[in-house]
Design a protein around this ligand. Structure first.
Ligand SMILES: [Zn+2]
Length: 323
């Protein structure tokens, strides 16, 4: 699971708060019960001392005393239940009420993270990915081959296969993907599919449109109020499990952004952290637009996936207009 130590601490703090809250609520309930039914504490005490006595008799093996006590205990318990119900409570109200009954808000079950903990990590990953909203449309459940035919279909099928392999072997094999080809052919869609699957498995993903990515770099490098802010951004960029840059080539490039981009590429490749880049540029245009070292890093470290076909957004727009 890829969250930072401070994010982990934040989650654990939430669990502590929940436990405190449920203990506080329980105390409040018990106080209210005693107020509404003053005989309740005595009855509870009677039950617990009888239970202790019952235990002792059990050890002594006195069968007839055991039967007597058993009957008495069950009678007292019935009384307790009736008393509670007469003031609008039930036996359940005598226990803390947990948000997660599995781990009782501890976050862990037998040294393993509870499903509620894992879900919180996933929520956090979605939140910080910049992708949260788009993933409702961009995920494998919305995958369709019907837009493609002939050679386009072949390419798209290959790309989907590459994506599935990328996800399956994410932890075992280091790979980067480079989607290129004509506009609107599903490149961003496939990046989204991968992002969703990986985040659901607990990996951290960061998504940027190229415009945003370069703007963010420039903004932070030139206008950052603190070194910490700068360090945080680079830490995120270098250490997230997957970094996606969408629509490379739509940004304004200059020497500064180009060298920042190279550093990011280089650093992630050194750290064996995966990258997905998508672009509408051809390989020739990529070479013309960026430096030789960027071009060579991409072509030698990325699986190149060419996707072609009709512009799906335009296709759907026309279809909707016809309706
Ligand atoms: Zn739980």
């Amino acid at each position: 699971m890829s969250i930072t130590n401070s994010q982990y601490d934040q989650i654990m703090k939430k669990y502590e708060e929940r436990q405190l809250q449920s203990r506080y609520e329980l105390d409040e309930r018990l106080a209210k019960i005693s107020r509404l039914a003053p005989e309740f504490p005595k009855l509870t005490e009677k039950i617990s001392s009888l239970s202790v006595a019952y235990g002792k008799q059990f050890l002594l093996g006195d069968d007839s005393a055991l039967t007597r006590m058993k009957e008495e205990l069950s009678l007292l318990k019935q009384q307790k239940e009736q008393l509670l119900s007469s003031i609008g409570f039930s036996l359940k109200d005598l226990e803390p009420s947990y948000t997660c009954t599995l781990c009782q808000d501890k976050g862990y079950m037998k040294n393993e993270k509870c499903s509620c903990f894992k879900q919180q990590i996933i929520d956090l990953l979605y939140e910080q990915s910049n992708l949260k909203d788009s993933l409702t449309e961009n995920n494998f459940s919305k995958l369709s081959f019907s837009y493609y035919e002939g050679e386009d279909l072949q390419r798209f099928e290959n790309a989907v296969k590459t994506c599935r392999n990328f996800i399956r072997h994410f932890n075992l094999d280091y790979h980067n993907l480079f989607f290129y080809g004509t506009v609107g052919t599903g490149k961003s869609f496939l990046s989204g599919c991968i992002a969703k699957e990986l985040m659901d498995a607990g990996y951290s993903v960061l998504y940027f449109s190229a415009v945003n990515f370069f703007e963010r770099l420039a903004q932070i490098s030139f206008h950052s109020t603190s070194k910490e802010e700068l360090d945080n951004l680079f830490d995120d960029l270098y250490s997230c499990d997957l970094l996606i840059i969408d629509d490379l080539g739509t940004e304004l490039t200059n020497n500064f952004s180009s060298s920042q981009f190279f550093s990011c590429l280089n650093e992630r490749i050194l750290r064996k952290k995966s990258f997905i880049i998508s672009t509408n540029l051809s390989l020739q245009e990529l070479r013309d637009r960026y430096s030789d070292r960027i071009f060579s890093r991409i072509t030698s470290n990325f699986d190149l996936c060419k996707i072609t076909g009709p512009d799906i957004r335009m296709y759907n727009k026309r279809l909707n207009n016809r309706k």
